[in-house]
Design a protein around this ligand. Structure first.
Ligand SMILES: *Cc1c(COP(=O)(O)O)cnc(C)c1O
Length: 401
């Protein structure tokens, strides 16, 4: 089930990725890479992971035909891969469980992570409690204020939440802060990064643990429609839910793959969006070579998205490679388009989607009418939107809607 895919050896995807870290982190990360390669060859490790996906996460997640949404848009049939129905409400638990089991296998005592919207922190704190490890989560103070319920959840689950005030006090700064702690205390600590980003082996390891989403969706689609979808659409922050679903379809040449980035309030203004693939330049961020939104001094730029899980100034290196070879197309959706998509799914299907996932929906809604009724679009509904309802209500009130 957990098939490792190519490029695992050196962590490069074309010219992107790799491991660019201070010398003292080289050995600890090489140990993680080696332990991971051994773990995925161990049938006991795989069996334990798969049993938890079934009995704890609730996999396989359903593939749902969104008929009323399809009728409303008048075009291609839209299917939703319901990662929102996983325990903890998003796709992140898939890789957090894998990381927690690997940490335990390596004899570590503590899971350490950054979090943006708090979803990764909650998923990791959950996995830590389940597996019996300590958990320390670094979070920008801006995000702490915006995502209070997730902070409460993490604390209830036994995690230590560390507020990060440096820089823009957001996700990119939380990553730096967590890396510093890891450098100081790697003997007992496992750095559990929250997406397909960071130094090798994280982009590979997180992708592999997420690839269950694509494998399931492909099988479910064949069973339901007797054919593959014409298009697969996923939102891209760091890019883990997208890599998870894309990996299942990479070899299916007829299936178009779309990654949707946040265009925020204004693509023309630095700090008002987080469209890294669209407007970033090649650079180095968090131990990897990738596309980065940078300011004039080469520092990560300020970013904004209505979905705080997407406001990251970098992107997973495999995405850049997939774009370069023409396999995946990267597009964007604005805050306003996202809000419309959010509302429409609530009203037509009785599903409150995460604002992150609503970016993918927004693009599917653009495509569906153009494709005609023979078309089939698969959207990765990466998470549920309960965490977002207060923020959405405020925004809608501001807009007088
Ligand atoms: C964190 C999050 C994302 C963004 O992360 P990726 O690594 O790009 O998948 C998307 N959707 C939801 C629901 C999230 O919680």
């Amino acid at each position: 089930m957990l098939t490792p895919v190519s490029n695992a050896a050196d962590g490069f995807f074309g010219q992107y990725g790799g491991r660019f870290v201070p010398p003292q982190l080289e050995t600890p990360l090489a140990e993680v890479a080696e332990a991971y390669q051994e773990a995925i060859k161990d049938p006991e490790f795989i069996a334990e992971y798969e049993a938890l996906l079934t009995d704890y996460v609730g996999r396989p997640s359903p593939l749902f035909k969104a008929q009323r949404l399809t009728d409303h848009l008048g075009g291609a049939t839209i299917y939703l891969k319901r990662e929102d129905l996983n325990h903890t409400g998003a796709h992140k638990i898939n890789h957090c469980l894998g990381e927690a089991l690997l940490a335990k296998r390596m004899g570590k005592k503590k899971l350490l992570a950054e979090t943006g919207a708090g979803q990764h922190g909650v998923a990791l704190a959950t996995a830590a409690a389940l597996v019996g490890l300590e958990c320390e989560v670094h979070m920008g103070s801006i995000d702490i204020a915006k995502q209070h319920p997730n902070v409460v959840r993490m604390k209830l689950l036994g995690a230590n939440v560390v507020a990060v005030d440096r820089g823009g006090a957001a996700l990119a700064d939380a990553v730096d802060s967590a890396f510093d702690v890891f450098a100081a205390d790697y003997q007992d600590t496992f750095f559990a990064i929250g997406s397909v980003v960071g130094p090798h082996p994280f982009p590979t390891l997180v992708r592999d643990f997420q690839s269950v989403v694509g494998r399931e969706a492909r099988e479910q689609m064949l069973a339901k429609e007797g054919r593959l979808p014409d298009a697969v659409v996923a939102c891209v922050g760091g890019g883990s839910n997208a890599m998870g679903i894309f990996t299942g379809f990479l070899d299916d040449e007829g299936v178009k793959l779309y990654g949707v980035e946040p265009a925020g309030r204004d693509l023309g203004v630095v700090g008002e969006h987080a469209a890294t693939m669209t407007l970033g330049t090649e650079g180095m961020l968090h131990g990897m070579r990738t596309m980065v939104l940078q300011d004039e001094e080469g520092q990560p730029a300020a970013v904004h998205s209505i979905a705080s899980g997407l406001d990251y100034p970098g992107v997973g290196p495999q995405h850049v490679h997939l774009r370069d070879i023409g396999r995946v197309e990267y597009v964007h959706a604005s805050d306003d388009e996202t809000l419309e998509a959010f509302k429409l799914l609530c009203r037509t299907e009785g599903i409150i989607p995460a604002l992150e996932s609503s970016h993918a929906l927004a693009h599917a809604m653009r495509m569906a009418p153009e494709m005609g009724s023979d078309g089939v679009i698969l959207v990765n509904l990466s998470g549920r939107g309960d965490k977002d309802i207060d923020y959405v209500a405020e925004r809608l009130a501001e807009l007088g809607k």
